[in-house]
Design a protein around this ligand. Structure first.
Ligand SMILES: Cc1cc2nc3c(=O)[nH]c(=O)nc-3n(C[C@H](O)[C@H](O)[C@H](O)COP(=O)(O)OP(=O)(O)OC[C@H]3O[C@@H](n4cnc5c(N)ncnc54)[C@H](O)[C@@H]3O)c2cc1C
Length: 438
């Protein structure tokens, strides 16, 4: 661990609690922040950036090839991240609580610069945590979020299960059904979830199911299903993937899976009230949901940026070393201009990511789907930059002896998950036109 690690990690328990409470308040929308957008990082942000970078360089990057080849969850590294405070509720809360909104994307970019597969093993839990934060009652947040992470001695991960074999881009068509058994006072959930990051190896699974299929997406609710207690939840096939291979992805089966009434996020009374309003024809909160998605997308974009930056830096150094025709390959404009374009694209994408992150944190209304713009651009940049990096390394770039082919494989997922590139364009097109584009 680098010396800078110690500048952030050891926190007093009171500052940790304050940071966590600040984040809960912020997510609940209690206080709109009013911080001017600035590219000048504060000393705190620089310290956190350097601290995460130290972990990424010293611990994550050296282990990346091994875990990619093994295609297994890197539990020892998650545990190391937990021990220094990078993996856990307090750390995430501290990053989120930053009023500029920039700390969370900075942390993600640095970590994923180290490795995306390991990065996703560390950050994948945040998907479930965000759902509990966003939709859970105070009591549910207190009960379930610590369980998502476990403790540094016994780390846990969490899974967010929305996608299904027949409901990917169009999750409104999901078929997993939750029925309330009045006699037992329990929810009974049946269905199959696909592609769940940490699915089956997590303790806490947040499962999206329909309570009333006739209401489409407005009939959906989120349920906490703890693997260690609930009957009827099991892991299906673990997916063997093109990239992000240190991150576990699997189907999850729910077969007459029973959870207590209180495991629906937000509580059953609120759900009943909401469904009653929708049935009366009153407007649901899809606009609010859209704003929430727009806020979380830049964080995913920042992960893609981390991969792109890794590939750019590596290929720049390689081009300055490698000689052909009696000169460094970077002395050819074809190579140097490519590197210049790589740098410009990465910086441009980062500006979109930081703008959208600042907007989300400061509750500035997304007018033109700025969150989707940032995720779309970053994903495309990561794919393009990593492909160019392979080209700059020539034959070496195409082998597993060098990391750029792994970065290219990892980058591609950012065109696909958390909304495909086409779906992001759909969201942007609808936002700018005010029309229903298909
Ligand atoms: C590694 C990995 C991890 C994942 N983790 C999770 C997770 O933790 N939790 C979770 O719930 N899900 C997760 N997913 C699922 C992911 O979100 C979906 O794969 C994604 O939303 C796309 O859905 P799909 O694969 O069914 O593709 P489809 O929806 O079938 O799309 C196929 C193609 O059709 C295009 N398309 C579809 N509709 C339109 C349209 N209206 N206009 C234009 N083009 C369209 C798409 O853009 C895409 O190119 C993960 C997926 C992967 C691969």
């Amino acid at each position: 661990m680098s010396a800078s690690s110690s500048t952030v990690a050891p926190q007093t328990s009171s500052s940790v609690t304050e940071a966590a409470e600040a984040a809960v308040e912020a997510i609940a929308g209690a206080a709109a922040q009013d911080v001017a957008f600035s590219l000048a990082l504060t000393q705190d942000q620089k310290d956190i950036r350097d601290w995460v970078h130290g972990f990424a360089a010293d611990v994550v990057r050296p282990a990346a090839h091994e875990w990619d080849e093994k295609e297994q969850t890197p539990w020892p590294i998650i545990q190391e991240a937990a021990k220094i405070g990078l993996y856990g509720f307090e750390g995430l809360a501290q990053f989120f609580a930053d009023p500029t909104g920039l700390t969370l994307p900075i942390v993600n970019e640095e970590l994923f610069w180290g490795d995306a597969g390991i990065g996703m093993s560390i950050m994948g839990t945040a998907l479930a945590v965000a759902a509990i934060f966003g939709q859970g009652s105070g009591e549910q947040i207190g009960e379930w979020i610590p369980r998502c992470f476990g403790s540094p001695d016994e780390v846990k991960v969490a899974a967010f299960c929305a996608s299904e074999p027949n409901a990917g881009s169009d999750v409104s068509g999901l078929r997993t059904r939750a029925r309330f058994d009045e006699a037992a006072g329990e929810w009974v959930i049946n269905g199959q979830k696909a592609w769940a990051t940490n699915g089956g190896i997590a303790d806490v699974h947040v499962v999206i199911a329909t309570v009333d299929p006739e209401l489409g997406a407005r009939g959906h609710a989120a349920f906490v299903v703890p693997m260690s207690e609930a009957q009827g939840i099991s892991q299906g096939t673990k997916v063997s993937k093109h990239g992000l291979r240190a991150s576990h992805t699997a189907d999850v089966f729910l077969d007459d899976c029973r959870v207590p009434a209180g495991n629906v996020l937000g509580g059953k009374d609120k759900l009943d009230e909401r469904l009653a309003r929708v049935r009366e024809g009153k407007k649901g909160n899809s606009q609010a949901a859209m704003q929430t998605f727009e806020s979380s997308r830049p964080t995913v974009g920042a992960q893609a940026l981390g991969i792109a930056r890794a590939a750019y830096e590596y290929s720049l150094e390689y081009a300055k070393e490698r000689e052909q025709f009696g000169r460094k390959i970077i002395e050819n404009q074809a190579v140097a201009f490519t590197l210049a374009r790589m740098k410009i694209e990465i910086d441009a994408a980062r500006l979109l990511v930081w703008r959208a992150s600042w907007m989300g944190r400061n509750q500035v209304r997304f007018e033109n789907a700025e969150g989707s713009m940032s995720k779309l651009k970053s994903g495309e940049v990561a794919v393009w930059v990593t492909e160019r990096a392979i080209q700059i390394l020539g034959g070496n770039g195409y082998t597993r002896e060098f990391p750029v082919e792994r970065w290219h494989r990892d980058a591609k997922i950012y065109d696909i998950f958390e909304g495909t590139a086409e779906i992001q364009q759909l969201v942007i097109a609808r936002a700018i036109s005010g029309m229903h584009i298909n």
